[in-house]
Ligand binder design. Structure first.
Ligand code: PEP
Ligand code: MG
Length: 579
């Protein structure tokens, strides 16, 4: 039995057989082999080359009849690489000298070559890096077999174990069979974690070297409440977990029972609870859990499962589906937040060096106007179907906001000319996710109807800590005094300017923050649908006077640790079962 500690990102308990997967997009974990295994691994390298050459020769021959000379040329280049003996030798030498697996050696050598190509100034040569990645994937497919397809066609219950999972991979998980997930990498607010939470799949991330210690088929317990993974548990531990899992399920049923009850504090202050969604059908779950509308629709997920850009009709259909499900309740549609860890990097030949500080979100939209306008047209068309609000993400300054609004006006004029109906009073808001937006909230307020505080990014950018990087995950905390001060500024400025304000980062789904947020003046929050009942239970157990006192005290504290402990103790007193 081995116990590993990581970060709990999605609540619940999973007990299942491990299915380890290696992503095509990420580094293969380094697995050490014994000296006696080296010959087997070297033979695996040779077999993979042989099979890849055979596969490519077949593909090249198939192109003959179509006279597709360009494609044939590409296959010919790939074949030349694969037949290069010195390349194969570099890989087998690595297996031999470093005692590593065939897949690790293939990936390391080919990625090194690709990165050398990328650095060459000549565009033709630098673009060849994509070919090398392609060859790497072809060889890895041979070495890793059909594991990816296994995942799609899975018919038994498993816990997925991986070095890293992309939001796209996670979004494609079949909840019926995938009972839990655990990864070496990741942070609490990484998009993969957010998707897992939305799907209600228990998850633990930042386990660092789990993939090196676990084998496919091992029994594994994923404790998404405490952030623990237990590999091959002994009988007693397994028994305890079966019991604990049952209790946790009971708590879920108990909480679901308060669905119809209002989210009001004991002293009758109404709090609006909305849900965050990534896919239209999740709107149903939001209502099922007692949410009163959609506070954040992450529309970029429309892009993540396709190779082609969604059309205006694709957008419109998705929005119309949400509207149909929620009726007259509010729906905040966020314009696409592509970039950083979502979509654009894998489409680029040379990834951006600092994608979270790069061409992301509203910046990406403002540089891809056709795409942006397509989405705005669809949102405007959907605005007549119910109570739609439009929100721009990652605004960093007023100029950006004015530019986005100008484009929105352009699109409105186009629709006017075409006599297409839309809501002329469509509320327009922004997410406050950067320190610059928080510090200038009062000025930005003049040109918007509402704010939504995105604490996931606001925490990342305030503390300069990558939200998805397990190496710095202990530094990532929304309880940091600097983050709290920025949040307070935005709340106060929104109140002064009489603008609506909500908070839609993961902070809203963490029980320990609720009293603080209420005490700071937040009255609307949007969160992962499965967490709505628990948060509602907390709201119904507190009164605002106590929250105000708690917030006042917290805001005098200077250390993150002191604040975290203080908040956890207070929340534990309110809902002991959740801790
Ligand atoms: C946030 O940054 O807090 C947020 C809600 O947006 P996302 O998690 O999609 O980046
Ligand atoms: Mg964000």
């Amino acid at each position: 039995m081995e116990i590993k500690k990581g970060i709990a990102v999605s609540p619940g308990i999973a007990i299942a057989k491990a299915l380890t997967i290696d992503s095509e997009d990420y580094r293969i974990p380094r697995r050490q082999i014994s000296p006696s295994q080296r010959m087997t691994e070297i033979q695996r390298v040779r077999n993979a080359f042989k099979a890849a050459i055979q596969e490519l020769t077949g593909l090249e021959a198939a192109q003959e009849q179509f006279q597709q000379s360009k494609i044939r040329d590409i296959f010919a280049v790939h074949l030349r690489f694969l037949k290069d003996r010195s390349l194969r030798k570099q890989i087998t030498d690595l297996v031999h000298s470093q005692f590593v697996t065939a897949e690790f050696a293939v990936s390391t050598v080919l990625r090194e070559i690709a990165s050398t190509f990328t650095r060459v100034k000549d565009q033709y040569i630098s673009e060849r890096a994509a070919d090398i990645y392609d060859i790497e994937r072809r060889l890895l497919r041979q070495l890793l077999g059909r594991k990816r397809e296994d995942l799609e066609h899975i018919t038994e219950e498993v816990a997925v174990i991986a070095r890293e999972l992309s939001p796209t991979q996670t979004a494609g998980f079949n909840k019926r069979f995938i009972k839990g997930l655990a990864t070496d990498a990741g942070g609490r607010t990484s998009h993969t974690a957010i998707v897992a939470r939305s799907l209600g799949i228990p998850g633990v991330v930042a386990l660092e070297d789990l993939t090196e210690t676990i084998r496919g088929g091992d029994t594994v317990i994923i404790d998404g409440n405490r952030g623990i993974v237990i590999v091959n548990p002994d009988e007693q531990t397994a028994g305890q977990y079966v019991e604990y899992s049952r209790e946790f399920e009971q708590l879920g049923y108990k909480l679901d029972a308060i669905r119809e009850k209002p989210a009001v504090t004991r002293d009758a202050v109404k709090i609006t609870l909305l849900g965050n969604i990534e896919f239209p059908d999740e709107a149903e779950l939001v209502l099922q859990k007692g949410g009163e509308g959609i506070g954040l629709y992450r529309t970029e997920f429309l892009y993540l499962n396709t190779d082609t850009e969604p059309t205006e009709q694709d957008h419109f259909h998705a929005y119309a589906e949400v509207m149909k499900l929620v009726g007259s309740r509010p729906v905040v549609i966020r314009t696409v937040d592509l970039g950083a860890d979502k979509y654009t990097q894998s489409k680029r030949l040379a990834p951006e060096p600092n994608p979270f500080l790069g061409l992301r979100s509203i910046r990406y939209c403002l540089q891809n106007l056709t795409m942006f306008k397509t989405q705005l047209r669809a949102i405007l068309r959907a605005s007549v179907l119910g109570q739609v609000k439009l929100m721009f993400p990652l605004i960093t300054n007023r100029q950006e906001l004015m530019q986005a609004k100008l484009i929105l006006r352009d699109v409105m004029e186009d629709l006017d000319e075409e006599s297409v109906d839309y809501d002329r009073n469509l509320p327009v808001g922004i997410m406050v996710e950067t320190p610059s937006a928080a510090l200038t909230a009062y000025t930005l307020a003049r040109d918007i109807d509402f704010f939504s505080i995105g604490t996931n990014d606001l925490t990342q950018y305030t503390l300069a800590v990558d939200r998805g990087n397990e190496l710095v995950s202990t530094l990532y905390s929304s309880a940091d005094p600097a983050v709290l001060r920025l949040i307070r500024t935005v709340i106060q400025d929104a109140h002064k300017a009489q603008k609506d304000l909500s908070l839609c980062g993961e902070m809203a789904s963490e029980p320990e923050y609720i009293m603080l947020l209420l005490g700071m003046g937040v009255r609307t929050i949007s969160l992962a649908p499965p967490m709505i009942p628990e948060i509602k239970q907390i709201i119904r157990s507190v009164n605002i006077a106590d929250c105000n006192n708690l917030a006042r005290e917290v805001l005098t504290m200077n250390s993150e640790r002191q604040i975290s402990n203080f908040l956890r103790d207070a929340a534990r007193r309110i809902l002991p079962e959740a801790f």
